[in-house]
Design a protein around this ligand. Structure first.
Ligand SMILES: Nc1ncnc2c1ncn2[C@@H]1O[C@H](COP(=O)(O)OP(=O)(O)OP(=O)(O)O)[C@@H](O)[C@H]1O
Ligand SMILES: [Mg+2]
Length: 263
């Protein structure tokens, strides 16, 4: 499944938050979105998931306008994992993940759906929490429950908004490996907003870097994560260590003012 975002513009108020956003996502590709707070990463992901309706531009899935595809069909194609969920419907972890199966099930869930839920609970290392109320889990556990729900949905494209922000380093790597594995083996695609430039560098096939609602650059991690881009987008002086054959490693050194002086 191929996704194409063309000239998307979005504003919540009169101030544009996305300007001329264009991107393409091939099958079996992992695209990372990086950029500072307020750059428009979540807004772009929510436009793709149709939570928000762009004022201009188009979003195409295999050449078909996404807004012409029915909601249930869309839910089989796109799986969204929000940045944070402040209000969580009280339910067990198992039932929360089972909700991910909704686009696939008729009146009742089948044994196959229950097995799928158990599979993803195990995959994300939260099977012990299956009968716990979701509101009685930790921030990182909850984040893994939402990832599990999206995986249970078996979408063609995963939309992940900072999926690792609450996770310890072990679970960060585990979640990244799970997603990468699905992208390679099941040939799904993923778009992931992420603050950790080193996770982005290591796991994304391609990156876009955003600032002020615009995509500043798109390309491979070494093309995007240059000291110049990091300085102009984040106002941070960074050392970029290019290891032999590996992806660049970013070491932030100091914050600099926009005019280039140190703070
Ligand atoms: N519901 C809203 N109403 C009005 N403005 C909003 C709303 N949500 C976000 N914004 C504004 O839109 C801009 C982009 O926000 P967005 O959440 O897309 O940024 P982001 O890149 O995801 O940032 P972060 O890294 O902090 O998650 C910001 O200036 C933000 O203040
Ligand atoms: Mg965000």
């Amino acid at each position: 499944m191929k996704l194409k975002v063309e000239n998307v513009e979005f504003s919540y108020t009169s101030v544009p938050v996305l300007t001329d956003a264009c991107l393409e996502l091939a099958q079996s590709e992992m695209l990372g979105i990086v950029g500072p707070n307020g750059a428009g990463k979540s807004t772009l992901i929510r436009c793709i998931d149709r939570i928000l309706k762009p004022q201009r531009g188009s979003i195409l899935l295999d050449g078909e306008e996404l807004r012409h595809i029915g909601m249930r069909e869309t839910a089989k194609k796109l799986g969204y994992i929000p940045q944070s969920a402040s209000q969580v419907f009280p339910a067990t972890v198992f039932d929360t993940v089972l909700m991910g199966r909704r686009p696939h099930i008729g009146w009742r869930s089948s044994e196959k759906d229950n097995e799928k839920v158990l599979d993803v609970l195990q995959m994300l290392n939260i099977e012990d929490l299956a009968m716990r109320d979701i509101n009685e889990t930790s921030g990182g556990q909850q984040q893994r429950v939402f990832i599990a729900r999206a995986l249970a949905q078996e979408p063609d494209i995963l939309l992940l908004d900072e999926p690792t922000s609450n996770l310890d380093i072990q679970h960060q790597l585990e979640v990244m490996e799970i997603i990468k594995d699905l992208v390679v083996k099941k040939r799904i695609s993923a778009i992931m907003a992420v603050h950790d430039l080193n996770l982005a560098s290591r796991y994304a096939d391609r990156l876009i870097i955003m600032k002020g609602g615009r995509i500043v650059e798109a390309g491979s991690p070494p093309d995007v994560l240059t000291p110049e881009n990091i300085r102009s987008v984040y106002g941070v002086e960074a050392e970029v260590i290019n290891r032999n054959g590996g992806m660049p490693y970013i070491l932030p050194i100091r914050s600099v003012r926009q005019d280039g002086r140190r703070k």
